[in-house]
Design a protein around this ligand. Sequence first.
Ligand code: AMP
Ligand code: MG
Length: 418
Amino acid sequence: MPTSKVDDCAPAGQPLLSVDQGRQRILDAVDVIDGVEQLPLRDASGRVLAARVVSAIDVPPFANSAMDGYALRSADCGGSSTQLTVIGSCFAGAPYDGELQAGQCVRIMTGAVLPTGADAVLMQEHAEREGNTIRFGNRQPHIGQNVRYAGEDTRSGDVVLTPGTRLGAAEIGLLASAGAAEVLVRRRLRVAFFSTGDELTGVGTPLAPGQIYDSNRYVLHALLSQADLECHDLGVVADDREAVRAAFRQAGDIADLVLTSGGVSVGEADYVTETLAELGEINFWRMAMKPGKPLAFGRLQHAWFFGLPGNPVSVMATFYQFVLPAIHKMQGETARMPLIIQVRSGETLKKPPGRTEFQRGILRRDEQGEWTVTTTGKQGSHLLSSMSKANCFILLPAESAGAEIGELVSVQPFCDFA
Ligand code: AMP
Ligand code: MG
């Protein structure tokens, strides 16, 4: 990555960096962290797989029934009325020992091993039973009907999952079905974060004149908690050069990734950018986006550093657009495509050309069943309520001058950030 100090910062008045360029530079710079650990399967949920997993068994391990019914030989069936003799029964976990001969069937439950000689299962609803006899008219079960074959899900020797896979519920279940008791995953990413600002106080204390509650640390804590990593909350740091330096040193000592909020504008009490330039390496700091123009990105000791803006909605927008993709890459996850869809705007969207806007939107189906998006109303970057009401970002590209009602616009649902 380019690592010249301060020179890469675009001074005010210089062209801004586009969102895509910024994200690409960040992703080109960061890399997967070192360190793996072997974890019991249950503890690996949410982690990223560090080595491929090969199945030692077929899944399912044996041919079995997909239905409650009768296991039979399809060759015995046909004509206007088939009649078979029930010679026994088998349950999931309790197979039938014998072998089916011509004219015979076995009562079978879902998941039970298909008895030797049988090649199909007739649903119990399709059979009439009288004592040890079943009849089922002219039905002709075909070979394999209602049978789940051995290895249909995974074959012995198959690669079940590849490195870089995030282990969600389906993946954990898939590994369990193949009998994997432990898996090798990437170690947890260590993330330190703090807020900067003399006006900030923590919840639980009354507000003095001019103070506001520090919401960003709570926002960041909540965002990070969903990303399966180790969080270090370093509190609120005053707008004081020495205090900011001390917090930088502490964060750089413990973390792979450091996040701060506030203090990256060009105000007189904004020390984050200059401290990063002094103690680490800074790359750029003005993004062509709204909300969230000022953004510092760089290196602090062995950690990557993001100086996020102060306003809470800007924190969330920049976190989702820049920090989260970087976290995923550092965690070793295979790159994913963002989920961006085109829907009709339910209102006129105003915007001057120049910066990419992430307006807070509500994606819903209208009375005609068509998906439309409307904004949550006022879009100030200090208005967390606009974020709370939203379920998506409406992405208006830099060059766009807004959108008319009914025009197709790009939308990124928040579920993409899960
Ligand atoms: P700054 O970039 O430090 O000038 O902050 C920009 C705006 O965001 C100011 O109105 C700050 O009061 C506000 N802000 C900064 N940090 C926080 C925070 N942790 N929680 C809520 N608002 C904040
Ligand atoms: Mg500030």
